[in-house]
Design a protein around this ligand. Sequence first.
Ligand code: ZN
Length: 168
Amino acid sequence: MATGQRASCPVSLLFGDRNPRTRCRAVGSDLTTRGEVTRVTDSVFTVSTERRLETRDITARVADALPADASGTCTVFVEHTTAGVVVQEAERRLMADIEDALASLVPDDGWRHDEIDDNADAHVRATLLGEHVTVPVSDGALDVGTWQSVLFVECDGPRERTVRVISE
Ligand code: ZN
């Protein structure tokens, strides 16, 4: 197993949270009526951003987090309130357009939350994006459209961020 990158187990096993970066959870209700075992994997990786508003293609990182035999869906979940994730085309100019659109849609200043930690714009921008996407998976690979990629959108960088990939 790659260090800290992947946890995988049948649902009948519970490994616990000895390493918070390598989690594997048991979900007893995932036993199907046919008696088959649905494997649930829960992995995390980090993204280090360099700019306050930054769009990053994380498709390969998500794919690496999937077990080789995974089929079904995976959920990519951003564990933050000032960053988001979308499925979109990973074209350089479009990614810059997404950043510009978020910046123009949501003013930098004039928000009540700024009295607390001066980042309301980042919260509101992240709210427009959403904190998760669900993506089809076939034979351990993301089963998305030709031009679709998984994009992480930083709204309050630079920071180190945590992204979870839950496949089942
Ligand atoms: Zn805040």
